[in-house]
Design a protein around this ligand. Structure first.
Ligand code: GAP
Length: 542
């Protein structure tokens, strides 16, 4: 039976496999690593390239309404002023004054601890609280007693960092606090809120996760753009930024594409490339890192066009595309951003969420941004960003729908959902665990492994080499002649190779020049000719 380890173990298993089989390494590992930076090994770089290529082929090459570009990572600093990133690309941060730890306010959760006191013991309990200086009430049953029931006492605050167990952690911290203060009565279930939602009178009472005491500062803004200097001078005039998103490249080059690309509304401009964000809490492996790759597309529509229709179209397109590279539908959901939390220009944003081992998290954001970005750049640069409408003979600034996704995040979603462990029994009745990555053939780093049954049989090796040479002209193939055939299959299972082809004695001794084709997921074997093999690859690898 095929299973996945428990969520917490699954993450460990993935990180371990990623290192062991050359998918992902810590950056600068021999120097102790650099937090938030990663390297992709020989298998990882193939998997990543395949995901990127699938996206590019489906998003750009196979469509007639989208063109691709590649813009520079460092752009004119005015780009980031116009886009709002210089003023507003910030995370609210909270510092612990004692431990010097820094937390993102939206990832630091807290809850008031409320106990329903009983009639009989309330007086006693309130005295205990008063003795400890906690919320000493002005009148016994007055200000300290909150909520609709007069018996509810606020006995303190608890805090925990965001995780899939935040609520459980807060609840057990609340129980511990109640025990510590020896308060009787019924503990109310905690209602977690994040630090950005804390009222000023609460921030001074919430304990730091590091010290357990109320040592936290109020939230402060921190800009996440990496700053550098262009040229020899290092003064204010030379300041530039590593781009925090690829999207602005499409807006800034909008006119260039319109003037040269023979495009007509509605149309899109797409690019893939590195982005950099000085994240405060890079975490969950490659889920949130400081250097990552984005795949973004700006789809421009007429100002009078139905933006909601196109928004839905792109949400559906993105979900279908995720399925096409093998992500399971059961792990995918949608989250609509609350209207009151949207930027003033935004018409709507929907995130495609994915069930990662550490919880359901954003994978792909699809935003309807009106004509805000082009208008901002038109104003800041003084260069109009309009299009001429033949029908109305009027100029207007197109509106945009932006599907933006992180390639590394898709990579992690793929590893997490394709990883499986199976108990298998061999011919001798021995049971072992088979680790298998059930990668779609579209994105598997190696499409096919060529295995001569024995390495010391010249004829077998020669036929295997000839097939391998032919296969690798078109597909990433792998030649392996070492170890017994079972071990060689297992090695390929672990890196997600969909098929192994074995050149055995039937190949060279019987008529028909057939091979044993072994399928990764079912482990079923059948005989195929070279023509059938190439037809299978042609159909499944696109
Ligand atoms: N242009 C819009 C934009 O960049 P975003 O929601 O900030 O929007 C888009 O980023 C996508 O990029 C996210 O949905 C996520 O997949 C990916 N992403 C963002 N920050 C990331 C990080 N620090 N590490 C890895 N991927 C990240």
């Amino acid at each position: 039976m095929s299973t996945q380890p428990e969520s917490s173990n699954l993450m460990e298993a993935i990180v371990s496999l990623a290192k062991r089989r050359g998918f992902v390494f810590q950056s600068s590992e021999i120097y102790g690593g650099l937090n938030g930076f990663f390297d992709y090994g020989p298998m990882g770089v193939e998997l990543k390239k395949n995901i990127r290529d699938c996206w590019w082929n489906d998003m750009v090459r196979r469509r007639e309404d989208i063109v691709g570009i590649e813009t520079s990572i460092i752009m004119h600093p005015k780009v980031w002023e116009a886009s709002g990133h210089v003023a507003g690309f910030s995370d609210p941060l909270v510092d612990c004054k004692v431990s010097k730890n820094r937390y993102r306010a939206d990832q630091l959760f807290f809850a008031p601890v409320i106990v329903e006191l009983t009639e009989e013991t309330a007086y006693d309990d309130l005295q205990k609280l008063e003795a400890k200086g906690i919320n000493v009430p002005a009148e016994r049953y007055g200000e300290a007693l909150i909520g609709p029931g007069k018996n509810n006492a606020l006995i303190g605050y608890v805090s925990a960092l965001e995780s899939e167990k935040t609520t459980e952690e807060l609840q057990s911290a609340a129980e511990a606090l109640k025990r510590k203060l020896s308060i009787r009565g019924k503990l109310r279930p905690v209602q977690p809120r994040d630090f950005t939602e804390a009222k000023p009178e609460e921030t001074s009472q919430i304990p730091s996760p590091a010290t357990g005491n109320p040592d936290l500062t109020p939230p402060r803004a921190f800009n996440m753009m990496f700053q550098t200097n262009v040229g020899a001078m290092t003064d204010a005039s030379s300041v530039a930024y590593l781009r925090p998103e690829t999207a602005q490249g499409m807006f800034v080059d909008f006119k260039n594409v319109v003037d040269t690309g023979r495009v007509k509304l509605p149309f899109g401009i797409a690019q893939t490339g590195k982005s950099f964000r000085n994240e405060i809490t890079p975490r969950n492996f490659i889920f949130r890192s400081r250097e990552f790759e984005q795949m973004e597309m700006e789809f421009f529509i007429h100002e009078d066009d139905d933006w909601a229709k196109w928004h839905r179209y792109w949400i559906n397109w993105c979900k279908d595309w995720l399925l096409s590279i093998g992500l399971p539908e059961s792990h995918i959901s949608e989250y609509d951003h609350l209207k009151e939390k949207l930027a003033f220009y935004s018409k709507g944003t929907t995130d495609i969420m994915f069930k990662f081992p550490f919880g359901v998290q954003e994978l792909w954001g699809i935003a309807a941004r009106g004509n805000y970005d082009l208008t901002q750049h038109a104003t800041a640069s003084g260069k109009p960003q309009e299009i001429f409408d033949e029908a109305t003979k009027k100029k207007f600034v197109p509106h945009v729908i932006e599907p933006a996704v992180g390639l590394d995040r898709i990579f992690l979603a793929v590893l997490a959902s394709c990883y499986a462990e199976e108990q298998v029994t061999d011919e001798k009745g021995n049971t072992e665990t088979r680790t298998v990555l059930r990668l779609s053939p579209r994105i598997a780093p190696v499409k096919i492994a060529v295995l001569p049954l024995l390495k010391n049989k010249e004829q077998l090796v020669a036929r295997a080499q000839a097939l391998y040479a032919k296969l690798k002209r078109k597909y990433t193939a792998f030649y392996d002649e070492t170890g017994n055939i079972g071990k060689r299959y297992r090695r390929q299972d672990e890196i997600g190779t969909p098929w192994c082809v074995t050149i055995d004695f039937d190949t060279i001794e019987k008529e028909g020049d057939t091979f044993t084709l072994r399928e990764r997921d079912s482990m079923a074997q059948r005989r195929v000719t070279e023509t059938e093999l190439f037809a299978l690859l042609e159909e499944q690898v696109y």
